[in-house]
Write a new protein. Structure first.
Length: 243
């Protein structure tokens, strides 16, 4: 496990703090999809004992971010290409619905808060600070969802979106796609200010579909590379000598 990951512990109680650290590690690829969670290494990285670590891992298992397997322990979620495509279909629909209701129900102060976060995100983009850019980006999407004032929608969104966080983080590693995503957020802010629900819904759908295309291409390239590595090499045919 890379030693460059620096814990950013908030001030909540210990187990939720550790759970958030583990989420950050999953999102940023410190813990790779399909990897077994090494309790000794993670306890050291989080500077905690194994008891709160295990409780935090159980929290992530309840969220679907890790699987608790017999005789293997906890393993990080790894979505197939098909699973990812299906999950993006659902999250795009949830964000589109959030856009419709948020435009109807958001307050002026909430719009101003999202605008301020968007400006911070622009600054992170200029610094090429992907960690903080993604944190701010996630905050904007969550704020739009919360502004929809629908607790069932919010609960479903959080559960489904958690499965895609690591993949969405990686999708910003392409400079051109990253710039396009930033421009789309400006369009979201404009639609919110105009209280234009259908436009905001369409922008969110387009934004998620663009993310989906990048992520699926990355996953397919990885799957193709893995298949190529596993492909058995055929031995060259040897010609028999004629005596």
């Amino acid at each position: 496990m890379p030693s460059t990951f620096t814990p950013h512990l908030p001030s909540e109680s210990l187990v939720p703090r550790v759970a958030q650290l583990l989420r950050d590690m999953l999102v940023e690829g410190v813990i790779v999809p399909g990897a077994k969670l090494n309790e000794r290494e993670l306890a050291s990285a989080c500077d905690v004992s194994r008891t709160p670590l295990r409780e935090a891992i159980r929290m992530l298992a309840a969220e679907g971010l890790v699987a608790l397997l017999p005789n293997r322990g906890a393993v990080a979620l790894e979505l197939s290409v098909i699973d990812t495509a299906h999950t993006f279909e659902v999250i795009a629909g949830l964000e589109a619905l959030s856009g419709i209701y948020a435009a109807q129900r958001i307050t002026d102060s909430e719009v101003n808060e999202i605008k301020a976060t968007n400006l911070e995100m622009h600054a992170a983009f200029l610094r090429r600070d992907l960690h903080n850019y993604y944190r701010l980006n996630a905050h904007i999407h969550a704020a739009i969802n919360e502004a929809a004032r629908n607790p069932v929608l919010s609960a479903t969104y959080k559960q489904v979106n958690a499965r895609l966080q690591a993949l969405r983080f990686k999708s910003n590693q392409d400079a051109d796609k990253w710039r396009e995503a930033l421009d789309q957020h400006d369009d979201m802010i404009d639609a919110l200010e105009q209280r234009d629900g259908p436009r905001l819904s369409a922008i969110l759908t387009s934004h998620l579909n663009a993310k989906r295309d990048v992520v699926l291409a990355q996953l397919q390239a990885k799957a193709d590379a893995t298949a190529h590595q596993k492909k058995p090499r055929t031995k060259p045919e040897t010609k028999s000598k004629v005596i």
